[in-house]
Design a protein around this ligand. Structure first.
Ligand code: ATP
Ligand code: MG
Length: 250
C-alpha cells in the first residue's frame, strides 16, 4: 500500500499458499484465486482484485490444501499465466508463508530482493537465520533485507538487525542490509480489525509513517537488468527453482 501511494504500480501476490489472508486483511471478497489460474479455468487478469489505492492483488487459495504443494507442471502453469499478463508493473511484492518449506524457498529464490521480517524473540530470530541459511550465498542469490517489526524505536530495530546480521556474516558468510523498523502500534491492530490498510486508515500513525519510510527506501532499489522487467524475471526464476528441486534443469 505504501509503495502504491508513492506512485509505483504495485502488485501483491498472496503466496502464503496454505493460509492466504490478504483478502481478509483488506476486506476484499475475491471470486477466484490462484488455484483457478493453476487449473486453467481463469486467466490471471480475471483473478486480479483491485485493492485500495490502486494496489493490484492476486489472491492465493485460502484453505485449498493442494495449493501448498504445486507440481512442477502446475508451477509452470502459474508462470505462463504471469508471463501473459500485459500490464506495467514497477514492483511485485510476494508475501510468503513463514518457515522454509519448498514453496517458500521457490518464491524466495525467484525474488531479486528478500525482506526478512523479524521481531526480537528467539523463535523469530532462529526462523530468520534458518531462511538465510537455506538460501545461502550462491551466485544469483537474492539480496537480504531485514525489517525489524514491533521494535520500540529505530535504535532498537537496528540493534536487532545487527544481532542477526553478525551471526549471518560469521557463520553463513551472507551480508544482510537494514531496511528499517516498524514499531509496535495499536493503530495497526485497529486497522487490521477494521480490515483496512493502516496507511489509509491511520496515515499519521507511527507504523504508517514507518511503512512510508520503507517504501521510499525500496523505491531506490536497483531494478532487475534486462528489458523484460520484474515480472518475467521473477516467474522465470520461479519455474527454474521448481524444476531444480525436482532434479531437472530448464
Ligand atoms: N508492528 C505491529 N504493531 C502492532 N500489531 C502488529 C504489528 N505487527 C503485526 N501485528 C499484529 O500481528 C498480526 C500478524 O502479523 P503479520 O500478518 O505481520 O504476521 P505473519 O507472521 O505474517 O502472520 P501469518 O502467518 O498469519 O501470515 C497482525 O494482523 C497484527 O494484528
Ligand atoms: Mg504473513
Amino acid at each position: 500500500m505504501a509503495l502504491s501511494s508513492v506512485g509505483r504500480q504495485t502488485m501483491l501476490l498472496d503466496a502464503d499458499l496454505g493460509l492466504a489472508n490478504v483478502d481478509v486483511l483488506l476486506g476484499l471478497q475475491p471470486r477466484a484465486n490462484l488455484s483457478h489460474v493453476v487449473d486453467g479455468s481463469r486467466s490471471l487478469e480475471e483473478v486480479i482484485v483491485s485493492g485500495p489505492g490502486g494496489l493490484m492483488i492476486v489472491p492465493a487459495a485460502s484453505g485449498v490444501a493442494r495449493m501448498a504443494n504445486l507440481s512442477p507442471a502446475e508451477h509452470a502453469g502459474v508462470i505462463r499465466a504471469f508471463s501473459d499478463l500485459h500490464c506495467a508493473l514497477d514492483t511485485l511484492v510476494v508475501d510468503t508463508a513463514a518457515g522454509v518449506s519448498d514453496d517458500v524457498i521457490s518464491f524466495t529464490q525467484a525474488a531479486q530482493d528478500v525482506i526478512v521480517v523479524v521481531c526480537d524473540e528467539p523463535a523469530s530470530i532462529t526462523d530468520a537465520y534458518a531462511l538465510v541459511k537455506v538460501m545461502g550465498c550462491e551466485e544469483g542469490s537474492p539480496r537480504f533485507h531485514v525489517l525489524s517489526n514491533m521494535a520500540q524505536d529505530e535504535h532498537e530495530g537496528r540493534a536487532l538487525y545487527q544481532k542477526l546480521s553478525r551471526v549471518c556474516a560469521r557463520f553463513l558468510d551472507v551480508n544482510l542490509h537494514f531496511l528499517g523498523s516498524v514499531p509496535y502500534d495499536l493503530a495497526l491492530r485497529r486497522a487490521v480489525q477494521r480490515q483496512q490498510p493502516v496507511v489509509e486508515a491511520f496515515p499519521g500513525s507511527p507504523s504508517a509513517k514507518a511503512f512510508k519510510r520503507i517504501a521510499r527506501v525500496i523505491e531506490g532499489w536497483v531494478p532487475p537488468t534486462g528489458a523484460r522487467g520484474h515480472l518475467e524475471f521473477f516467474v522465470e526464476r520461479l519455474v527454474r527453482a521448481g524444476a531444480e528441486s525436482e532434479g531437472y534443469v530448464i
